[in-house]
Structure formats: C-alpha cells, structure tokens
Design a protein around this ligand. Structure first.
Ligand code: SF4
Length: 318
C-alpha cells in the first residue's frame, strides 16, 4: 500500500475491529456445510449482516432465503448467527430436514437465560431493537406474552408489568453499552427486585469495538465505520463516535467514501462492525492512501483470542 497523495493524514485504526468469533464461526459453518453436503446449501436469513460476505458465500453455492418454507425438504439449511425462534428448528425437524444452527454461542447463552427466567415464573424485559432478527429469535424462545421489548429510556419509565416482584431482564448482544446502562438504571430504580443477567449480555466483541472506537474518536476529526446499514453493532459504532464528539459515517466499502466530508481532516479514525471483513478495511485504507500522504497508527484497547468451535455435525470436514 503506497501513498501517492501529498496532504498528510493520520489514519487511526481501531483495534479490535471487524469480525468477531461468532461471525467467523457462522461463515465457516456455511462453507463447511457446502463442503460436506455439496451446493446448494440454503441459509435462512443473511448469515451475518454484510452484503460482501453474503455475495461471497452465494458464489460458493449458498442460497439465502427469508423463511424456512422457501427451502426444499431435501436440501440442508443453516440458521444465521443471530439466532432463531424455537418454532424454526421445530419446523425443520417436523419436515425431517438437515439443519445446522449457526447461532452465536453468546446469543444461545441469552436464549438459555430467557428459558430459565420463564421456568421461574418471571416476566422478562428484553432491551433491544424491534424487528432485529436477534430480538425475534430471543423472544421466540418462550411463549408469546412472556416478554416485553424495551427499546428506550421512555419505554423503561412506562412499562407496567403485571407482577413487578417477579421480573427479570436480558439484552440484545449488540447494543450501545452506554445507552443500555441508562435503561438498566431506570429499570432498577423502578423495580428493586429485578433479576439481572449473571454476566453482561452485551457481548465481548460489541463492548471491545465500542471502547476502541471511543478511544479513536477522541483523537480523530472524522471516523469511518465499515459495515452494513442493517448491522446493529456497526451502527452503534457510529453513534459511539458521535457521542464522543467526532463526526462519523458508516460505509460498506471504499466506493461509498464521501471525499467532501473528509476534506480538511488531519486524523481519520477507522473501525469496522463485527460482520465486516478486513479486506474492506484494507480497501478503505488504500483509497485514503491514494488521496493523502497517509500513515496508519494502530489504537489498541484490548486483545482478543476468542474462538468458537463448529457444531459436531461438521467436525469431519473442518
Ligand atoms: Fe456473537 Fe457478539 Fe459476534 Fe454477535 S457480535 S456474533 S453475539 S460475538
């Protein structure tokens, strides 16, 4: 990557950024399923929220659909990293389909928490975003009416559970750490007996990426986040940068860069959502190097070594 521009520019590269262990595993699961069963392998929902990743898997023989009824009975199907309501594997079993569940183990952990609360007779508040597949999947672990979605501080102020003494909460794994603290504070004030998660539901990857981008935002005058519009944790990285006082933009790849917006910047921060591949980060750095005399500085706030195993069904081809 050689620099051809003459205007100096510091590129502050957030570390950690990009792929998390759950996304890495989900992509591997689709690739291994194709290796084991041959193409096509159907995937219910975008395996991870990134068009580039999805198109790469389509080229290998994956077929993405929204619902299980679009999958023929005799073709293997993979469920996405975001998790699915219980009704989905139940339907696959009824149809005697071969299915592989790529739900991130950290999302599955929240599913088990929800089941536990329900077994103890507690109503469950889910802090998350309406319509996100992870929220649909988590709320689909228990019968309808067992959970209430809380999206904002106002929702937390207004929720009226039938029995406030038997109340618990869980969260989506990809929320803003700071916003969630505010919502939880309201719930704890209103419901002192509230049962909390033993360990934070917001996952290590979300937390680490937000801490790193916040550090970068302190030193940069613009922040570029590489990720898709439908990626919750990528959008949170933009919000975290802006809350830290640095204007930020979400781009899928280098072609989306807004050069007018970058004009006059002397230090540009770069991060990437957990579903964005490193190759797109490199593409953005290369594009900046073509226009500026750019030097990359790594801003490291944590080291990650988390790896999740693939399901036993695919071990023979792993
Ligand atoms: Fe799992 Fe967190 Fe990655 Fe989601 S962002 S797939 S919960 S590690």
């Amino acid at each position: 990557m050689s620099s051809t521009g003459t205007t100096p520019l510091r590129i502050l590269l957030a570390n950690p950024r990009g792929f998390c262990a759950g996304v890495d595993r989900a992509i591997k699961i689709v690739e291994l399923a194709i290796k084991k069963f041959g193409a096509p392998v159907y995937v219910r929902h975008e395996i991870v929220h990134n068009r580039y990743v999805v198109e790469g898997l389509e080229a290998q023989g994956a077929v993405f659909v929204d619902e299980l009824d679009e999958v023929p009975d005799d073709v293997p199907v993979v469920f996405s990293a975001h998790g699915v309501p219980k009704a989905v594997p139940a339907e696959a079993e009824k149809r005697k389909m071969i299915y592989v569940d790529a739900t991130c183990p950290l999302v599955s952990k929240v599913h088990r928490e929800v089941e536990r609360h329900q077994a103890h007779g507690r109503h469950i508040l889910m802090i998350g975003h309406a319509g996100h597949p992870e929220v649909i999947g988590t709320m689909g672990q228990v019968p309808p009416g067992s959970m209430t979605l809380i999206e904002t501080v106002e929702d937390a102020e207004n929720v009226m559970p039938q029995n406030p003494d038997e109340l618990s909460f869980v969260t989506q794994t990809t929320l803003s750490v700071d916003d969630t603290i505010e919502i939880v504070a309201v719930l704890e004030r209103r419901f002192p007996g509230l049962t909390k998660p033993k360990k934070e539901d917001i996952c290590y990857a979300t937390t680490n990426r937000q801490v790193a981008v916040k550090e970068v935002a302190k030193q940069a005058d613009r922040v570029i986040v590489i990720g898709s519009r439908n990626s919750s944790n990528s959008r949170r990285l933009v919000e975290v940068s802006e809350k830290a006082g640095c204007p930020a933009r979400l781009v899928l790849r280098a072609a989306d860069l807004d050069w007018d917006w970058l004009a006059g910047a002397t230090a540009v921060g770069i991060s990437a959502g957990a579903s964005a591949p490193e190759i797109l980060v490199e593409e953005v750095i290369d594009a900046l190097k073509e226009r500026f005399d750019a030097k990359v500085e790594l801003v490291t706030t944590a080291e990650e070594d988390v790896i999740f195993k693939v399901p036993p069904m695919l071990k023979d081809v792993a």
